[in-house]
Write a protein that binds this ligand. Structure first.
Ligand code: HEM
Length: 218
């Protein structure tokens, strides 16, 4: 017996793109956050982890695919969120709202973050390593901006993933257990964000910025 497959709707095609890009970008982002957690063991541990990660992430074809994946992720995510908002109106559930808001913040953050990393490399000629990120968290009043800017980004990654996972849990999982799992992942994200920002901000050891990095904010 032959089965006739229904052509995929535009929404399904865009969702497929969003998921494919999410896997590619997500693998880098999780490795990237593991890299930042290595800063808990000191600056040298962070720099060594980054050197190892760059052997893969700086291969031109991989970096180009990553940047293209981010663009697809942002475009498709924005389209899906707007479509969903128009359909649901004000009746959206709290975790649906959290998924939309965390996604929107991640889109804003990734755009600003990736452009500043690329400009830091190309225009300022800096090695965009631990010191590059630490500068904003250690000069003058800049931490007032960079603490929430970085902290929210890390927490938003976990919140976004938690909301996606919540909908993908088997149908038999009770609502209370579903909520507990989601909130536990979000809590891990908040603690991870606080630890990373504290390490870069000099809470665990002195962060003595080299002049070239301090000068970008002076
Ligand atoms: C405290 C949080 C974060 C800090 C301090 C930070 C810092 C950095 C630094 C220093 C680089 C340059 C890496 C290199 O030269 O090899 C970088 C690259 C990058 N970051 Fe982050 N990051 C943070 C969080 C995030 C998050 C949450 C995302 C995504 C959701 C993200 C996405 C990226 C991407 C895609 C690149 C690669 C840009 C490229 O080399 O083409 N980062 N980040």
């Amino acid at each position: 017996m032959t089965t006739i497959s229904r052509p995929r709707s535009r929404r399904e095609r865009i969702l497929g793109l969003h998921r494919a890009a999410a896997i590619m970008v997500g693998v880098y982002v999780l490795a990237h956050l593991a890299n930042h957690l290595a800063a808990l063991r000191g600056i040298d541990a962070h720099l060594a982890f980054m050197q190892a990660l760059r052997r893969v992430s700086r291969v031109p074809v991989i970096e180009t695919l990553l940047l293209a994946g981010i663009a697809v992720q942002m475009g498709s995510g924005g389209w899906l969120a707007l479509r969903h908002a128009r359909r649901q109106g004000p009746r959206r559930m709290p975790f649906e709202r959290l998924q939309a808001w965390s996604g929107a913040y991640l889109a804003f953050f990734m755009l600003v973050h990736v452009v500043s990393v690329l400009l830091g490399r190309a225009r300022l000629g800096l090695d965009t390593n631990f010191w590059f990120a630490a500068a904003g968290l250690n000069v003058g009043a800049w931490p007032l901006f960079f603490m929430p800017y970085y902290g929210l980004a890390v927490a938003a990654v976990f919140a976004h993933l938690a909301c996606v996972l919540r909908r993908r849990l088997p149908a038999g999982v009770a609502p209370a257990a579903r909520n507990r799992t989601t909130l536990a992942i979000i809590a891990v994200g908040v603690v991870t964000a606080a630890l990373i920002v504290a390490a870069f901000g000099g809470a665990f050891y002195p962060v003595d910025l080299p002049h070239a990095y301090r000068a970008t904010f002076a």
